[in-house]
Design a protein around this ligand. Structure first.
Ligand SMILES: NC(=O)c1ccc[n+]([C@@H]2O[C@H](COP(=O)([O-])OP(=O)(O)OC[C@H]3O[C@@H](n4cnc5c(N)ncnc54)[C@H](OP(=O)(O)O)[C@@H]3O)[C@@H](O)[C@H]2O)c1
Length: 306
């Protein structure tokens, strides 16, 4: 009798009360045939779950098995990824992707889109550019700041309410990832304007449905070149930047000629392709791979972003 190929399986470990339906849909679209969410997973349970995953399917089966790590906490997801890697027993190893809150793929897509517009419209590069991340202490904002900083930008992450939160997060992730984030806060339009005045790049990664930068604040931008927003829920994050904008003029930045904007659906399109490609790669990589924001950004840079 002809032997059939084993079905593809994705185990999704999530420290939150439920696994994100967004990520489950993404796993289906990436071609996984059987998908199993595990909720409320604790860091110390990862070792056991991984070893239960790897030993039952034989060498051919592990190649058709992947693990996804979700949640909303970047540090915890990175710890879980590390714990998963350490739990492997070669040759029983499977590939693992961490993308908590979609933050790694969203941030990678956002920074890659901004980098592309910076190059195309201004002949610039991330290295040495002054970047401000509004909403910079949330998952997407932190990942955005880390990726841009590691690419050479001088990045300030902005908390909307609390300087201590911004300083603590910057310190924690700089120590962990080798970035050079600066933390600050901006609760008023005057605070936001003070920061935008010296920004070449703006990343808007605040919570959904909040307008962070209005036309008055944008009027204070003097050297702004590219602004990217990931909020797809009205009101959008940056006044005048529409969801499908992709290098369109930033009409309210009247003192920053040539500044352009990128909207949430333009970023979302790249994020979708990126997450799809990374999930599919779990099954096609020659050797087991352990993927986080680093691989996500490298891939995003290589995608056709037009
Ligand atoms: N386009 C895409 O493909 C895509 C994919 C995924 C996510 N997203 C979007 O990305 C954004 C960030 O996601 P997330 O999960 O990181 O969001 P989040 O955790 O809900 O919020 C991000 C940050 O926004 C801050 N914030 C809250 N109220 C604010 C205000 N009034 N002004 C400025 N900042 C404020 C939060 O501060 P506190 O923690 O103090 O509240 C937090 O630091 C969301 O808009 C989400 O919908 C887009």
């Amino acid at each position: 009798m002809e032997k059939t190929e084993k079905r593809t399986v994705l185990h999704m470990f999530d420290p939150m009360p439920h696994t994100s339906p967004f990520d489950i849909n993404m796993a289906v679209d990436a071609g996984f045939e059987a998908i199993f969410p595990y909720d409320n997973v604790k860091l110390e349970q990862v070792n056991g779950l991984v070893q239960d995953t790897i030993f039952s399917r034989g060498p051919a089966g592990v190649k058709r098995t992947g693990i996804f790590i979700g949640g909303r906490d970047l540090g915890l997801a990175l710890n879980m990824l590390e714990a998963a890697k350490n739990a492997m027993v070669p040759p029983f190893e499977v590939s693992v992707l961490a993308d908590p809150s979609g933050a790694f793929t969203t941030a990678a897509a956002l920074v890659a889109c901004v980098e592309r517009q910076l190059k195309d419209k201004h002949g610039g590069e991330l290295k040495g550019a002054h970047a401000v991340v509004y909403g910079g202490t949330g998952p997407v904002g932190l990942a955005t700041g880390i990726i841009a900083s590691l690419a050479g930008a001088e990045v300030t992450i902005v908390d909307p309410f609390n300087i201590d939160t911004a300083l603590e997060k910057a310190k924690e992730y700089n120590a962990r990832c080798g970035s050079k984030l600066i933390g600050t806060y901006a609760s008023s339009d005057a605070d936001k304007a003070r920061l935008i005045a010296h920004a070449d790049l703006v990343f808007c990664t605040a919570k959904a449905g909040v307008q962070v930068l209005n036309s008055d604040v944008l009027g204070d931008a003097k050297q702004l070149k590219v602004a990217g927003d990931v909020n797809a829920v009205p009101p959008l994050g940056i006044e005048g930047v529409k969801r499908l904008h992709n290098g369109d003029p930033l009409i309210h930045a009247i003192n920053a000629p040539g500044a352009v904007g990128i909207g949430a659906l333009a970023v979302g399109d790249v994020k979708y392709k990126l997450q799809n490609a990374l999930l599919a790669y779990l099954l096609t990589a020659e050797k087991p791979v352990f993927l986080d924001f680093r691989e996500a950004f490298e891939r995003a840079r290589g995608l056709n972003l037009i």
